[in-house]
Design a protein around this ligand. Structure first.
Ligand code: ADP
Ligand code: NI
Length: 214
């Protein structure tokens, strides 16, 4: 199993080599650590499946592949060569599908392992790292740090979302501040609490400075 994890790590490192949107190898490594931490705190779950799914969770991401299908094919080609049982492969792929699911709908997560990996990915969007990733992503997209004239797009549909103007500060209200209430596991909720408070404090200070206060 260790050999398989090492092979997978090498595959993923290579895949993410030139990524600059916060989806780099270090994001993957943090998600793996978060996932193993949650697993330990929860005291249950299949460690191998969690670690494999965390390592592979962003391989099919549309941002990193020509098409989403090409990404899934890349993942399947790789995972099918590892000599794992069909049910283990299915379990890992299931986790990755739940994590990479985009859109407003909530889907039923099939396993504890999927819940853990999804929580681990979400935790990496919070706290100091989350703030850094948000501005890195926003900068790459060319969106402003903040624009007080843009309304928070909370109630928009996904299609409207993609075409409307936004700012990196708006992303906190659209997604980041909601995450703590969307987590699956108690362990992740505990970790999220302090990261959430840190982001709230950051926003308060941001507005103080924005408004020219000392
Ligand atoms: P994930 O790793 O969960 O798939 P995404 O691909 O959605 O994350 O986004 C990568 C990072 O960029 C995350 O930290 C996310 O919070 C941030 N991000 C996503 N959309 C925006 C946006 N419109 N503005 C600023 N940051 C964003
Ligand atoms: Ni991710």
């Amino acid at each position: 199993m260790n050999e398989i994890l090492r092979t997978t790590e090498a595959f993923v490192r290579e895949h993410f080599d030139k990524e600059g949107t916060g989806h780099d190898w270090h994001h993957i490594d943090r998600v793996r650590r978060n996932a193993l931490l949650i697993l330990e705190k929860e005291g249950t779950g299949n460690r191998f499946v969690v670690e494999m799914a965390a390592l592979l969770h962003d391989v099919p991401d549309e941002k990193l592949n020509k098409t989403e299908e090409a990404g899934w094919k890349k993942l399947e080609d790789f995972i099918n060569k590892l000599g794992l049982t069909e049910s283990t492969v299915q379990h890992i792929v299931d986790c990755i599908e739940s994590v990479s699911f985009k859109g407003g709908r909530v889907i039923q997560l099939n396993s504890l392992e999927a819940k853990i990996v999804q929580d681990a990915d979400r935790l990496d969007a919070l706290g100091a790292i989350g703030i850094a990733r948000t501005f890195a992503f926003g900068g790459k997209k060319g969106q402003p740090l903040f624009d007080p004239e843009i309304v928070v797009r909370d109630k928009m549909t996904l299609t409207q979302y993609r075409t409307e103007k936004s700012s990196s500060i708006h992303h906190f209200y659209e997604k980041l501040l909601k995450i703590k209430d969307l987590l699956n596991t108690e362990a992740a909720r505990q970790i999220a609490e302090q990261r959430h408070e840190f982001m709230s404090a950051f926003l308060e200070q941001f507005y103080r400075e924005w408004n020219g206060q000392a």
